[in-house]
Design a protein around this ligand. Structure first.
Ligand SMILES: CC(=O)N[C@H]1[C@@H](OP(=O)(O)OP(=O)(O)OC[C@H]2O[C@@H](n3ccc(=O)[nH]c3=O)[C@H](O)[C@@H]2O)O[C@H](CO)[C@@H](O)[C@@H]1O
Length: 378
């Protein structure tokens, strides 16, 4: 029966980037007989997924902002309250392991767990370790990583690294079907999405690019585009004006299936997005979020582009004119798409959630972490 083995407490910041990998692990642990609870912040029930946790606990969190003494004091105060609440929560729930997925809401539960002697592990989805995870790396028993090399992990904690890969949901693994390239002159299915929050750049650029296509190419398009609520009307209007039939929504709950249906995906390069494109095996044109604090999206996209599983398109180059050219060339050369789809699939890891679950179970049962998983470098 589910939950008979004991409780694993997962903790993740309340956006899709952290919650979807946590959901992937929860699905596996529950199927193996563990009870799973989740600690997150107020945004947690709005991320768009369906978290399978038995219970969700909300703990106040704050981003760590520098500046003046007042903002430091406020951060310290909220963090202190968070650690206290997490301490009582952990005393009551008695989890076997606490797993953090990044984001500031993970800081208090992981600190409280380590103070109480509960075993802890954090997973970092990105090629550059996130800030919250950096704050926790000294305290935890293990650091699970998606990438073989993780920037900012630090020499001191390199021995804690366990390379699990990026956990993806069961729906993603199920969507991994062979790529069926577009037929010459036939329907061309284009999927455009920005990540868990959407991205304005695609509303700004894609309608203009499609307006520039010649009629023969434009008539072939079947378009699905994620669009922020506030951009919806102008984008809808833009497509109507040129007679393009587009399905628009602020969030697609069935995105893995839509990735599988696409001939080409145009997206940001958040960690799960890149992992999902690889596991499903679909070609992506990736426009990394520029000016991100650690440039993690650029590194994620570069990893896939270097494997020839997609194309990196820095945002300054992503203009309507250039994108219209790139799209036309892909529509005219489906073999480029097939080659990229195959290369993407080669770097995908559909077993990452199982591997991470193996590591968590080893910690829960006081066993050694399988030595063959050790070895990501800082
Ligand atoms: C702006 C920002 O802070 N981005 C960060 C955030 O990205 P973000 O939150 O966008 O996260 P990811 O790209 O990792 O994941 C997006 C997730 O949302 C899902 N999805 C998306 C759109 C949709 O309509 N339906 C849907 O289900 C995707 O399938 C995917 O699972 O967390 C990532 C993981 O730490 C980081 O790499 C990103 O740099």
């Amino acid at each position: 029966m589910s939950g008979e083995k004991g409780l694993i407490l997962l903790s993740a910041g309340g956006t899709g980037g952290h919650l979807f990998p946590a959901q992937a692990l929860a699905e596996v642990l529950i199927s193996r007989g563990w009870r799973v609870d989740l600690v997150t912040d107020e945004r947690g029930d709005r991320y768009g997924g369906k978290f399978p946790a038995q219970e969700m606990h909300i703990i106040p969190a704050t981003t760590v902002r520098g500046g003046n003494i007042l903002s430091y004091a406020k951060t310290a105060f909220v963090l202190g309250i968070g650690v206290m609440r997490a301490w009582f929560l952990i005393s009551r729930l008695k989890p076997r392991v606490v797993v953090g997925f990044g984001g500031y809401p993970t800081v208090s539960p992981v600190i409280a767990a380590s103070l109480r002697g509960v075993r802890t592990i954090i997973h970092d989805q990105n090629a550059v370790m996130g800030r919250a995870n950096r704050m926790l790396a000294d305290r935890v028993d293990a650091v699970a990583t998606s990438f073989p090399k993780v920037h900012m992990l630090g020499e001191k904690n390199a021995h804690k690294a366990v390379r699990t890969g990026a956990p993806v949901r069961a729906a993603v693994v199920e969507a991994a079907t062979p790529y069926d390239p577009p037929e010459a002159g036939g329907e061309f299915r284009l999927l455009v999405f920005g990540g868990s929050q959407g991205a304005r750049i695609f509303s700004d650029v894609v309608p203009g690019a499609i307006a520039r296509l010649d009629e023969a190419h434009r008539n072939r398009l079947r378009l699905v585009q994620q669009c922020r609520e506030e951009d919806m009307e102008r984008v809808r209007f833009g497509y109507e004006a040129i007679g393009v039939n587009a399905e628009l929504a602020p969030f697609f709950p069935d995105l893995p299936k839509r990735i599988a249906d696409a001939h080409l995906v145009v997206s940001r390069s958040g960690a799960s997005t890149v992992a999902e494109l690889a596991v499903i095996g679909r070609p992506g044109m990736l426009v990394p979020l520029p000016h991100a604090i650690d440039n993690d999206q650029l590194l994620n996209a570069t990893a896939l582009a270097q494997a020839k599983g997609g194309w990196l398109m820095p945002q300054p180059a992503f203009t309507p004119h250039r994108f219209a050219e790139e799209l036309t060339s892909r529509m005219d050369h489906p073999e480029m798409l097939s080659v990229a789809a195959e290369a993407a699939r080669k770097v995908g890891n559909p077993h990452a959630a199982d591997t991470l679950a193996d590591v968590v179970e080893a910690l829960a049962e006081g066993r050694e972490i399988p030595p063959e998983l050790k070895g990501a470098t800082a």
